[in-house]
Structure formats: C-alpha cells, structure tokens
Write a protein that binds this ligand. Structure first.
Ligand SMILES: O=P(O)(O)O[C@H]1[C@H](O)[C@@H](O)[C@H](O)[C@H](O)[C@@H]1O
Ligand SMILES: [Mg+2]
Ligand SMILES: [Mg+2]
Length: 309
C-alpha cells in the first residue's frame, strides 16, 4: 500500500482545518478556473531560464565565497543575487503568495509551509560545483498550495535542460516526457546520493556505512554528482533507479518531488513512511519496492528539520 505522498508532516491531513487557498480565478471564472496555477508555472519557467543565464555567466567569473553550516556548505554572491531576482519578480506578480528560499532561510527567515500558495526556491543547487566550475548546477523552483506540491521547475544551467512537472500533467525534460525505471531490487540498480554538509567522523561513518550496505547488495553503482535536484531529475528521466540522502532541504526536494511523481516514481521518507518535506531526508525510486528495500538498509543521519531552525 503506497504511503500517502503529500508534502509530509507539514502537510495537513485531507480533513485538515485552515482556510484553503483559492486558486487564481478570473472574475468571470475563465481559463484560470480550469487551470488555476498555469500562469504561475509559466512564470516559473521564464524565471528559471533568466536566472540560469545569470548563473551560467557567473560560473566562469571570479566569486566571493562564504560558508554556512560547515566549511563545505558554500554560498556566493550569485546565490543571493539569483534568489533576490526570482523572489522580487514573483512578489511583484503574486503579492499574496509566500516564499521559502535557501538563502533567505540562511539569513533567518522562517521555513514554514502554510496553506497559502508558497514558492520553494533553491537559487543555485550545486553551489560547490558552481564554485569549482563543475557542470551540474541548477536553479530549482517548487510551488505548493494547501501544503501540497503543485509543480516543479528545475533548470540545468550549463546544458540548457529544463525539467518540469505539474501535478496530474506529467513530467518533461524540454519537450521529452520523463519516465522512471521499473527496477525493484538493489542488486541491479544504479543509485544516486549526495554527501550533505556534515563532515564529523560519526556522520562520515554513517554515510560511508550506508554506501557499503548498498554495495554489499551488489548495486551496480552509487553516484554523487554534487546537485541533489539534478540527481533527482536524472532519476526521473530513468537514468538511475533510486536516490537517497540525509542533509538536503525542502528547497532541494520541492520541485524534484513533483517531477519524479509525475514521471511515475515515488518519493518517501527514509523510514519508508510518507515524505516529510521538512525532514532533511528522502528516498526516491522508480518503484515503491526498491524504495522500501533501501529504507530497510539505511542508518539514519540526523540533520534536524527545516521548520525547526
Ligand atoms: O547548497 P546547495 O543548494 O548547493 O545544495 C546542496 C546541498 O546543500 C547539499 O547538502 C547536498 O548534498 C547537495 O549537494 C545539494 O545540491
Ligand atoms: Mg540545494
Ligand atoms: Mg542552493
């Protein structure tokens, strides 16, 4: 039985209370009534393209690098510039909407998902790659309403691939429809993960131990590319069978979760239960069977919660 795959603990149950956000509707109940968030998604695609050009140009230029939660958790002036560009453009167009951004959160904004239409933004996913000019670098824009993920847009800044997914409308890379694999066993799978920002001995022991467990099951391979959103997009496109991670955030997960689900995949908690968008952990796979098999093997690494900092 598939666990429910809402946005997670921060998601209200179906009978949850609270004023449900009304979709964008025209006074005469026109097109917007049928497709309430279409305009938002089109805006997200245009902004991701625009932001991606800024990132691509800055990739070859000198950077001012700072660190956040650890010496390997990097941020540059371009991360801030791009997040400000995206959020200010969205605020102008949708003044009643709410925003969760990686760098706004780092600067102290609360990371709370409400019923309001909420944009969940990672201005540069793969900042370490960006600093080193290693190509996998993305802009990720997710969108949730009534605490349910509606659409996701992830733009690969160096190869021009635009990944999109809209609840009930499928997932695409440019114009090509995306489909996950149907692999059910660890044994023959290609698995993606990311290291996360903690590097203390206990965390490294758990991280490497998890990799060792899966390799002992004779997984074909494990890959780390330095961008969780692009790794999740590779999985959605069928280029890998599963993804797991401790240490990513809601802005890494929001857009990619919709894209994977719309490509036929599952996105769940590392315990095997429903996804909890704010839990800083995830398993995604083409099949629930593979996701659950991985969940059985993983040792938890505690990174806290996005909504508790
Ligand atoms: O900080 P950015 O936005 O670059 O995102 C990265 C995360 O910070 C890492 O923990 C995580 O390991 C992934 O590399 C992810 O892409
Ligand atoms: Mg990120
Ligand atoms: Mg980022």
């Amino acid at each position: 039985m598939k666990p429910s795959e809402g946005a997670g603990r921060s998601a209200l149950p179906a009978d949850g209370h609270g004023d449900k956000a009304a979709p964008n509707t025209l006074a005469d109940g026109g097109e917007a009534a049928e497709d309430p968030w279409k305009e938002c998604m089109e805006t997200a695609v245009q902004l991701a393209l625009r932001a991606g050009q800024v990132v691509k140009k800055a990739l070859t230029e000198e950077k001012r690098i700072s660190t956040k939660t650890s010496v390997v958790d990097l941020v540059t002036e371009t991360d801030h510039l791009v997040e400000d560009l995206i959020i200010s453009a969205l605020k102008d167009k949708f003044p009643s909407h709410r925003f969760i951004g990686e760098e706004s959160t780092a600067a102290g904004s609360k990371c709370i998902l409400t019923d309001s239409p909420t944009w969940i933004i990672d201005p540069i996913d793969g900042t370490c790659n960006f600093v080193h000019r290693f190509p996998p670098v993305a802009v990720s824009i997710g969108f949730a309403v009534n605490r349910e993920l509606e659409f996701g847009v992830i733009y690969h800044c160096t190869n021009g691939k635009m990944y999109t997914g809209r609840k009930g409308h499928g997932a695409f890379c440019n114009q090509e429809r995306l489909h996950v694999t149907q692999e059910t066993g660890i044994r023959n799978s290609l698995i993606l993960t990311e290291i996360g920002p903690k590097r203390d001995p206990a965390t490294l022991k758990l991280f490497l131990g998890n990799m060792e467990k899966l390799l002992k099951f004779q997984a074909h391979g494990i890959r780390v590319i330095g961008s969780s959103t692009l790794a999740l997009c590779h999985m959605a496109s069928g280029a890998a069978d599963a993804y797991y991670q401790y240490g990513l955030h809601c802005w890494d997960l929001a857009a990619a979760t919709v894209i994977i689900r719309e490509a036929g995949g599952v996105v769940i908690d590392t315990t095997g239960g429903p996804l909890d968008l704010m839990s800083c952990r995830v398993i995604a796979a083409g099949t629930m069977e593979l996701a659950q098999s991985i969940a059985q093997e993983l040792q938890t690494i505690d990174y806290g919660r996005d909504d508790e900092n």
